[in-house]
Design a protein around this ligand. Structure first.
Ligand code: IMP
Length: 431
């Protein structure tokens, strides 16, 4: 019985939400394993739009178990609001359908404040362009062994001790940034107030999932962000603060690496990025604007305009390798409809030589210029296509060339935000 990991193969916003939703029909459990409410997953089901940040996309499907794993950082106030909004849309959420790992670190209000204060104080070139939601500072506290975790909410004395430990670190830091000290009493009260709304969902997720696996249930691991934002393998330091690549799926819920059978990379047919950092194929011109307008490229979390550019096969070849992708789901091909010619980046020219991957050193990255291959475009619409036969020959050629260059086959092709506009080549769960 295959378990599938879905990861973004670029800088996020590849359209994971739709694919996760599509695949979730074949799964019993849907688990988030990293990131937090910096993610924005939009699902369109029968014309109804659901916007999720922290909740796994599986919650909108009845009869599935959704899991928030220990690899996630969780803002309890945001979660409670998100649950309320989704319930208003008629979705049922209960401790039977949603579980949160007891060892999940919490994002507290001062994490967001610190995140934003640092960004404001950053000089040109050092700003990350974060979502401002406290993700980085919360992960710092996790590895610094001073965070409050979900299980700590159950006991007042433990909770106070954890808060005090965090404050010991944060108050001097805030002083240096000119921010007033944390109101300890108010924070403890706030946490005590939210605790009864979070604790019913708390569970030993590693144990529940182990039992589910023994019972032959299928798990869909839902990644957030994209592999180029990975803390180790992304365009550091312009990355998010978690491991985004597929290897994190097992650690982020408490299972061994053999729990993962198939890694599906979600790949947009061109490239986008929000926030700062290198982007070799970025188009700061009319073509870039056209991609952004046709693709509705605005951040779901911050509303920021996404930077757009040609498809970078060198980078996706790299993420396909670091995540061990067995297949990809290609999305938003229709955004390329009507272009006379299209370009794909196959590598970079660096000091007169061609390299087939993006070097790690920032200074070398800055000296890289993309090497492009030009392909013929197509004038027909590919939107809503449900079989290969409905695609123009030039579009098929473009897809096939991507497969060759990234060394990974297309398993699914998504041709609109609607779940049924999907062409299935290989079923990841059956592979
Ligand atoms: P943080 O995750 O808020 O710390 O932001 C770090 C970087 O990751 C910034 O460039 C963000 O724009 C980017 N980022 C975080 N989450 C997402 C996402 O879900 N999609 C795309 N970019 C993201």
């Amino acid at each position: 019985m295959a378990n599938v990991v879905v990861v973004g193969a670029q800088w996020g916003d590849e359209g994971k939400g739709k694919l996760v939703d599509w695949l979730s029909e074949r799964a019993d459990v849907i688990a988030r394993f990293q990131g937090g409410h910096n993610a924005g997953h939009t699902l369109v089901i029968g014309g109804q739009v659901y916007k999720l940040n922290a909740l796994p996309s599986g919650v909108v499907r009845g009869g599935k178990l959704s899991v928030i794993g220990n690899g996630v950082v969780l803002d309890p106030w945001h979660l409670v609001n998100e649950i309320a909004k989704i319930r208003e849309q008629g979705v049922e959420i209960s401790p039977e359908t949603l579980m949160i790992a007891e060892n999940t670190p919490l994002i507290l209000p001062f994490h967001g404040e610190l995140d934003r204060a640092r960004e404001e104080a950053a000089s040109k070139g050092t700003k990350i362009g974060t979502t401002g939601r406290g993700i980085g500072p919360a992960y710092e506290d996790k590895v610094g062994r001073r965070c409050v975790r979900v299980a700590d909410l159950a006991d007042e004395a433990t909770l106070i001790a954890r808060v005090d430990r965090a404050l010991q670190h944060h108050d001097p830091l805030r002083k240096g940034l000119g921010i007033e000290p944390i109101d300890r009493t108010a924070l403890i009260e706030k946490l005590k107030e939210i605790a009864p709304q979070i604790l019913p969902f708390a569970a030993p997720v590693w144990k529940v999932l182990t039992e589910k696996r023994k019972a032959g249930k299928r798990i869909l691991f839902e990644g957030a962000q994209g592999a180029l934002l990975d803390i180790d393998f992304g365009t550091y330091p312009f990355v998010t603060s978690s491991n985004v690549i597929a290897g994190q799926a097992a650690t982020g819920v408490g299972l061994g690496p053999n729990a993962v059978d198939y890694v599906l990379g979600i790949v947009k047919a061109y490239t986008t990025r929000v926030g700062e950092g290198p982007f070799p194929t970025e188009l700061d011109d009319e073509t870039g604007n056209r991609l952004g307008t046709r693709g509705h490229e605005f951040g779901t979390v911050t509303g920021r305009k996404r930077r757009c550019g040609w498809f970078d096969a060198a980078l996706v070849r790299q993420t396909a390798a670091t995540s061990g992708m067995k297949g990809i789901a290609l999305t938003k091909l229709d955004v390329l409809d009507g272009f006379e010619t299209l370009k794909i980046c196959t590598g970079y020219e660096l000091d007169g030589e061609v390299v087939d991957y993006l070097p790690t050193a920032a200074e070398a990255q800055a000296r890289c210029t993309p090497v492009y291959e030009e392909l013929e475009g197509w004038s027909e619409s590919t939107e809503g296509a449900r079989s290969w036969a409905e695609l123009p020959a030039a579009a098929i050629k473009y897809v096939r060339r991507i497969e060759e260059l990234i060394d990974c086959p297309v398993a699914l092709l998504s041709t609109s935000p609607e779940r049924d506009d999907t062409i299935l080549v290989t079923d990841p769960f059956a592979d």
